[in-house]
Design a binder for this molecule. Sequence first.
Ligand SMILES: [Ca+2]
Ligand SMILES: [Ca+2]
Ligand SMILES: [Zn+2]
Ligand SMILES: [Zn+2]
Length: 147
Amino acid sequence: MHPAFLVINKIVCIQTEDLIESDDLYGVLGDSLLSLGQFNDNQERVDYPEIIIPDGVLELTLAEHDVADSDDVLGVIDLTQDMDMDREFGILEGRARYNVYFFVAGEPDEQLVDRCPEACPTCGGACLRKNHDGQVHWCGRHEWGAN
Ligand SMILES: [Ca+2]
Ligand SMILES: [Ca+2]
Ligand SMILES: [Zn+2]
Ligand SMILES: [Zn+2]
């Protein structure tokens, strides 16, 4: 069994990492970057597509983008833990207080899965959108074309 798909149901920001501005959250999934949106205190987001976990990727790093200094790593989620059940990951890093509600679907190691073969024309990243007949391709940061 290995982690195959990631469903982020909700991200709740209780308190931002940045003191003045809103946070720019993103995820790192192997070579892929996922834009997770901007957050202010007491804000939540639910509008995430279902995500294909690239082969061999076993963890998701959550980070916050800064322009003036280096980005802040807020936490690392082990995707191999508790697959196929609802999970909650709490962030307590510096000022940052978040709850991430998600689900990792596992699949047997021998199973071959249909993965979208498209690569992003902007960054070259793999298409990560699961089940997207008729919807645009999505690399985690950019959208293009229609399937
Ligand atoms: Ca920051
Ligand atoms: Ca920032
Ligand atoms: Zn891209
Ligand atoms: Zn695609």
